[in-house]
Design a binder for this molecule. Sequence first.
Ligand SMILES: Cc1cc2nc3c(=O)[nH]c(=O)nc-3n(C[C@H](O)[C@H](O)[C@H](O)COP(=O)(O)O)c2cc1C
Length: 214
Amino acid sequence: MEPPFDLAETDRLLSTTRSVRKRLDFTRPVEREVVLDCVRLSQQAPTGSNTQKWAWLLVDEAERRRSLGDLYRELADAMFGQARQAFANDVQTERVYSSVEYLGEHMGDAPLLAIPCVAKDTFGELAAGNAAGAVTYGSIFPAVWSFMLALRSRGLGSTLTTMHLVRERECAELLGIPEDYVQVGLIPVAYTIGTDFKPAMRPSPETITHWNQW
Ligand SMILES: Cc1cc2nc3c(=O)[nH]c(=O)nc-3n(C[C@H](O)[C@H](O)[C@H](O)COP(=O)(O)O)c2cc1C
């Protein structure tokens, strides 16, 4: 039977949606309708208990982007030295660090910053014993990834970042995010400079897969 999709294209989308930092085009505006289409597609993602308590804060005003960029830069500067010492010094990791450092400097230059939010978990103890099933985080990241894939298929790039969350409250006050919502990231969104991204090096799936018994 013919597969229901063009596998060459869907596999290319799934394997080449990278964290884009140095190839974000800060000069080209991002249309609101295009980003809304990506949010619309993200709303098809699965959620625990079919909750769908998502909210997206999309920031395209220059002044607010600058404030978020300044906040991110301070945190990136502080965290970067520590991270560099803690992890392996291989070529791929070094490339990621150089790219992370660049985004630390330029977060506020992205034409649009997306902050995915989700209503705080109200399931109490049930959620505490089941981190993956918790309605909060487990129910937003599938949507975040769908959003990033939808961006990529339209020629836009993004990076899921979480660094600013140590100062989440400050950011919530800046943007008026209500107390019963948690932010899960800060995502720069821009058209990419070129669209030829490649799959990353990953070990073969057999090395991380167990059949029937670990
Ligand atoms: C939970 C999570 C948090 C992340 N936080 C950051 C971050 O704060 N800053 C950043 O530049 N990248 C961040 N990243 C992106 C990773 O660095 C990136 O996914 C990883 O290096 C692999 O690169 P790839 O996405 O191109 O495959 C984060 C990714 C995830 C899943």
